[in-house]
Design a protein around this ligand. Structure first.
Ligand code: ADP
Ligand code: MG
Length: 717
């Protein structure tokens, strides 16, 4: 068991933590009690082993974590400040890219470039010799330019650590003081250039994401005492009533209190068809009111809106190291030791300072190894973001194309969120209208695709819906509700089984529906089955192609996991070429199926849309939420959120993943081969320290250029 507490995301004073500790409800109770006074809002998600809370602003997150650690006697946990700034980003990415320091860095680099050109021209074209001693101009410039690095390594030395920085600083200082200041200058020049380029790529990725959420709304109309008043968007508060008209972007998350409109939610769920929304429907910031007028009660604003929160997770993820980045760090560490040994070795063997220096210079840039992975990964994440695929971490990006199994949920994921009612069959003395009234009343507050269809259908038929009856959602089964003091069930066969209601009198009715591939939803009052509704599902365009494409790319096993019945599921699986079917599954059943597949295959991906998939998603190696406009839970546990609902996006994701890994490998190849060649030449005395510096420039630029192909690449070209 891994008790360590991991900070998954932080925004303002809202935090998501993850730990195996949170899989035990007793622990969660303990936390809830202990932090009663500090937590404003506490949500737990046992299946994802995570908790989400807001804390009182007069304490720090560090102190919360410390108290948690004390509570469970954990010694090894990361302090909050480290977790956010230490492991996840180099310059604290949560702060916006600092325009000023960026400009300064660019300016400094431009100056250094000018000087580099001067040296190059003087030495190679004019044939002059540049003084390279410690107190020459080059020596002084190199020293000044190296100061940030020297400072860093001083820190490391104070903490008794031998790092890349210390090795490079050592190299630089030695080079400067032993009359190889030109070579030192070159190293520092490349180093600076590399850092700039890396920052540039990371920023571009962030910018891409930012563009997706850009809310260009500045002024909004608020209803005050029945009068519309124009205010700045910053002045909005929760529970304000905002007015939105045709053509306007909705600025907040909220509930419609009055009016109706066709709203385009493509940014959230990828559907290009606008959705008709009316009183008490939910709307999201960033979506567009295409036709109509709505009054919206504000629920979430600014950073707290659904889309901002999703994007922030992606932003954070850019800073989390992926397996190949960690591998690169390890490799760099080994290269560091190797470099030291080779340098000393060369000196002992050849007795030549210059040869030893050249080796040292060549080997002093394992940063290229580090860049090899990190630039490729952030390039890949940016590329995907541009296609509306939000990847919450380098490890997810890498794992997708390493996975041998892809599992898909059916309803809502592969079928559109709009099942169509085709049959209404009464099995009692109740008429169609009453059946619909019962079903729609029970489903009224539910967001399952079947529930939405029932409510919409009843609405169109002008059937009176009782909006105030309480109902309990049973994910994967249906709903349980109460009407006239009787228990009302609306759901599948498994739901009826659960309440020991026998279907055997109606076998032929249900098999008729199932044989034609329709989903059957039963309506039962107490122990009596009143009737059954039959639904057809429209399958998303491109589903079959997607499955073929995945297979063609080498995915070994493609499985369908569904709560729908065996017959329907089998028919579907046959049509679309799935390798296995897990039908009639409860949320737990889906999770077990994932566990089972994980035993047989290397890595398992789960693609799902709804609450009933979150448990399975939390068990998978990579969780992809697809078209999950409504289900926040599905997005919260997912590693990748696909905002459009095009099946081919899954293939695009696979391709970006594969391409990124390829680029990482190519980069290693570029780095290692030039390093090897360089060391060999240096040891033989064929490479001067300056030449060694040039090799550095060459391969660092090569690696950067190779990675930036990913970020620039538009589509699966
Ligand atoms: P899938 O796993 O294919 O996405 P779900 O688990 O969401 O499907 O649903 C499985 C089955 O459970 C549905 O086919 C339906 O019969 C029943 N069901 C689930 N939710 C509801 C609901 N709100 N109303 C009626 N039936 C439901
Ligand atoms: Mg589903």
């Amino acid at each position: 068991m891994n008790d360590e507490i991991i900070i998954k995301s932080v925004a303002n004073n809202r935090v998501r933590l993850k730990s195996d500790l949170f899989a035990l409800s007793s622990n969660l109770e303990l936390i809830e009690n202990e932090f009663k006074d500090i937590f404003i809002d506490f949500r737990k998600n046992i299946s994802c082993k995570s908790i989400i809370f807001k804390y009182n602003l007069n304490i720090t997150l560090d102190s919360v974590i410390e108290r948690l650690n004390n509570l469970f006697n954990i010694t090894a946990s990361i302090p909050a400040s480290k977790a956010i700034c230490g492991t996840s980003c180099s310059s604290c990415s949560l702060k916006k890219h600092d325009e000023k320091s960026w400009k300064r860095k660019l300016f400094e680099f431009a100056l250094l470039s000018g000087y580099a050109i001067y040296i190059f021209v003087s030495e190679n074209i004019l044939g002059a010799t540049i003084a390279s001693t410690a107190f020459s101009l080059v020596g002084i410039i190199s020293f000044v330019a190296a100061i940030p690095l020297l400072k860093e390594s001083l820190e490391d030395i104070k903490q008794k650590r031998f790092t890349l920085q210390t090795f490079m600083s050592g190299t630089l200082l030695l080079a400067i003081f032993f009359g190889e200041a030109t070579a030192a200058f070159e190293i520092i020049y490349i180093l600076r250039g590399g850092m700039l380029l890396e920052e540039y790529i990371a920023n571009r990725s962030r910018q891409e994401i930012q563009n997706l959420v850009e809310l260009d709304v500045k002024k909004v109309y608020v209803l005050v005492d029945d009068v519309e008043i124009e205010v700045n968007i910053e002045e909005l508060k929760q529970n304000d009533i905002v007015v939105c008209r045709s053509g306007e972007k909705i600025p907040v998350d909220g509930i419609i209190t009055q009016g109706s409109a066709e709203i385009n939610e493509a940014i959230i769920n990828g559907r290009s068809e606008p959705e008709y929304k009316k009183e008490s429907d939910e709307v999201f910031a960033g979506t567009v009111c295409e036709r109509g007028r709505v009054f919206i009660k504000v629920i979430a604003l600014g950073n707290e809106t659904y889309i901002s929160r999703t994007m922030r997770e992606v932003e954070l993820s850019l800073m989390q190291k992926s397996p190949s980045e960690l591998e690169a760090d390890r490799l760099a560490n080994r290269l560091l030791k190797l470099g030291t040994a080779l340098t000393v070795g060369t000196f002992l063997l050849t007795g030549s300072f210059s040869a030893a220096f050249s080796v040292m210079i060549i080997m002093s840039c394992p940063c290229a190894t580090v860049l090899a992975a990190s630039t490729a990964i952030s390039g890949g994440i940016a590329n995907a973001a541009k296609q509306g695929i939000l990847i919450k971490g380098g490890d997810a990006l890498e794992n997708v194309s390493k996975s041998e199994v892809f599992c898909f949920d059916k309803t809502g994921t592969l079928t559109t969120g709009k099942p169509v009612i085709t049959d209404i069959i009464s099995l009692s003395n109740k008429d169609e209208k009453l059946l619909l009234e019962y079903a729609a009343s029970a489903e009224y507050r539910n967001s399952h695709p079947l529930a939405n269809s029932i409510v919409k259908y009843a609405d169109e038929k002008n059937i009176e819906i009782n909006q105030n009856i309480l109902s309990e959602v049973i994910p994967g089964f249906g709903v349980k509700s109460k009407i006239d003091d009787k228990r009302l069930l609306v759901g599948n066969k498994a739901l009826l089984n659960r309440y020991k209601i026998s279907l055997k009198d109606y076998k032929n009715v249900s098999s008729k529906l199932l044989n034609s591939g329709k989903t059957a939803v039963y309506i039962a009052l107490d122990d009596e089955i009143l009737g059954v509704l039959g639904f057809t599902h429209e399958v998303r365009k491109g589903t079959k192609q997607m499955i073929e494409d995945l297979r063609q790319r080498g995915v070994k096993h493609i499985a369908l996991l569904t709560g729908d019945e065996v017959k329907v599921a089998n028919g579907f699986a046959l049509d679309f070429g799935f390798d296995s079917v897990f039908a009639n599954q409860s949320p737990k059943g889906k999770a077990d199926a994932i566990e089972e597949l994980k035993k047989k295959y290397k890595s398992v991906v789960m693609v799902g849309d709804g609450v009933n998939d979150t448990y399975a998603m939390s068990k998978a190696d990579v969780a992809i939420s697809f078209a999950a406009g409504g289900s926040e839970a599905a997005i919260a546990v997912s590693d990748v959120a696909i905002t459009h609902s095009h099946p081919e996006d899954i293939v695009n994701l696979y391709d970006v993943s594969k391409k990124s890994l390829n680029v990482v490998n190519q980069n290693y190849y570029i780095g290692t081969s030039t390093n090897l060649a360089g060391v060999a030449l240096s040891a033989m005395g064929r490479l001067t320290p300056v030449g060694a510096g040039l090799i550095h420039i060459g391969h660092t630029i090569g690696i950067m250029a190779n990675s930036s192909r990913l970020a620039i690449d538009d589509n699966n070209s």
